[in-house]
Write a protein that binds this ligand. Structure first.
Ligand SMILES: [Zn+2]
Ligand SMILES: [Zn+2]
Length: 468
């Protein structure tokens, strides 16, 4: 008997974790960290909903923390199997897992100071930096399409998901006596024509599809719209003599923005000005990008073949030290500053916002998703006064949002992908399971799929088990 169980990212977006089981062999797809309210997430992350020792092996679809961030906990709790992933995913995890441990440590220093005063028990990080580094020893890398053999009757292969560098989908095959069962997992599904990445592959010949649904109820405008908006915004700020502050996520969005800016500089569509990349993690992640041309699309490869370096044009200046970071503040001419964290919750971006937010000549450009209760979200919602490091600041700089860089498929793209999977599975596809989406978004997608004649769609709840 083959069973599928949804432990995480079931009717929510974080903490991806699904288990498939056949005759005692248990394979885990992703082991993500739950992100949200601190106390609740802390308890759920610490108490993995199944015994780690019962898992034989794992597939990691991509390096994002909501898919990879609880692997060290799984190992601490006794998991001994291999973690299969793409080459780029492993290289990114080498940076991101220790960074996640470091962020937890910093965050808890602050929280525990408060809890100590209140006489409450103190939180401990889920894992240390050393444990995060040691977990990389369990990683085994595979090429796209290469067969992964777990057991004679359990195999899998990875496909390109086009979501972030190294992101993959997984097709898992179980051989039963008289039939085979194939399940496709999209992980996070990307979009066609994103800068840098090759377009997502198509899953085919499967009996079941487990697909993300982050934007199940929403569509994105085409990426070309982002270019037009960016040209207008950069030119306007330049003409005003202002600076452009862009909060970025260290993985993917930072490199996409850099590459796009470089293209716009080279084609003369925006005036030349320095671009400061002020985030040590982004600098290291960009080096990983440089090592993984196998993930690039044709445009990017052509750009490189024409003797261009997508991330190191003359105008781009990477800063490492705190002094270099501070020196950016003394630069008085128009410039672009990319800094992390992407939701303006911590990191050097806070200093740049503090120094520039009160000047109407400046622009703040939001290019990534901003969760509720973050400074980034407050800026997006047009608040006129915000708190930074405990002080109040007037928002005089112009705030612009460009959503078109989104790395997640929108509703139309999800429907297209599901329809193509059904078509290319020639009547084999029995059921579609929606994961990695809030309930409202999932319901909208289910309704839209019903309109297209796809009835067999479900959004399983946490812990739900399905016999295949
Ligand atoms: Zn992701
Ligand atoms: Zn995700």
């Amino acid at each position: 008997m083959t069973k599928l169980q949804f432990f995480g990212a079931a009717r929510e977006v974080t903490g991806s974790m699904h288990v498939v089981e056949k005759d005692g062999y248990r394979l885990l797809i992703d082991c993500g960290m739950i992100q949200g309210k601190r106390k609740e997430s802390y308890d759920r992350n610490r108490n993995i909903a199944f015994p780690a020792t019962g898992i034989n092996a794992m597939i990691l679809t991509h390096a994002h923390i909501d898919h990879s961030g609880n692997i060290p906990t799984l190992i601490n709790q006794g998991f001994k199997g291999n973690v299969y992933c793409s080459h780029a995913t492993k290289d990114l995890c080498e940076l991101m897992l220790p960074d996640s441990a470091y962020v937890q440590q910093k965050d808890l220093e602050y929280v525990n100071k408060k809890r100590l005063k209140q006489g409450k028990t103190l939180f401990e990080p889920l894992y240390s930096i050393d444990e995060a580094e040691a977990s990389l020893n369990y990683f085994v890398t595979k090429n796209l399409g290469e067969k992964i053999s777990f057991r004679e009757d359990v195999t899998a292969y990875l496909l390109n998901a086009g979501h972030i560098l190294g992101s993959t989908m997984a097709v898992v095959k179980f051989q039963e006596k008289d039939r085979e069962i194939k399940i496709g997992f999209t992980g996070d599904l990307g979009r066609k024509s994103l800068p840098i990445l090759a377009d997502p592959d198509q899953i085919r010949d499967v009996d079941y599809l487990v697909i993300e649904s982050t934007y199940g109820g929403r569509d994105h405008k085409p990426i070309a719209t982002a270019y037009t908006k960016l040209v207008g915004l950069v030119t306007d700020a330049y003409n005003r003599g202002g600076k452009i502050i862009i909060p970025v996520f260290a993985v993917e969005r930072a490199q996409e923005v850099l590459y796009v800016l470089n293209k716009l500089f080279l084609s003369g569509k925006i005036p030349p000005m320095p671009v400061f990349v002020d985030s040590p993690l982004t600098v290291k992640v960009t080096e990983v990008f440089n090592r993984h041309a196998e993930c690039f699309d044709k445009d990017m490869l052509r750009f490189i073949a024409d003797n261009n370096d997508p991330f190191h044009l003359d105008l781009v200046k990477y800063t490492q030290s705190v002094d270099d970071s501070k020196a950016i503040n003394d630069y008085e001419k128009p410039c672009i500053i990319l800094s992390a964290t992407g939701m303006c919750e911590a990191g050097r971006i806070l200093h740049h916002l503090k120094n520039n937010i009160g000047n109407p000549k400046n622009s703040i450009l939001i290019v990534g998703y901003q969760a509720i209760n973050t400074l980034g979200r407050r800026l997006v919602e047009g608040e006129k006064q915000v708190q930074i490091f405990g002080d109040s600041y007037n928002v005089a700089a112009q705030v612009t949002v460009i959503n078109e860089f989104s790395g997640h498929a929108g509703q139309k793209e999800l429907i297209k992908f599901i329809q193509a999977t059904a078509k290319m599975s020639e009547g084999r596809l029995k059921k579609v399971f929606l994961v990695h989406g809030e309930e409202g978004q999932q319901e909208e997608l289910i309704n839209a799929l019903h309109v297209c004649g796809m009835e067999n769609v479900d959004n399983p709840g946490p812990g739900e088990e399905v016999v295949l």
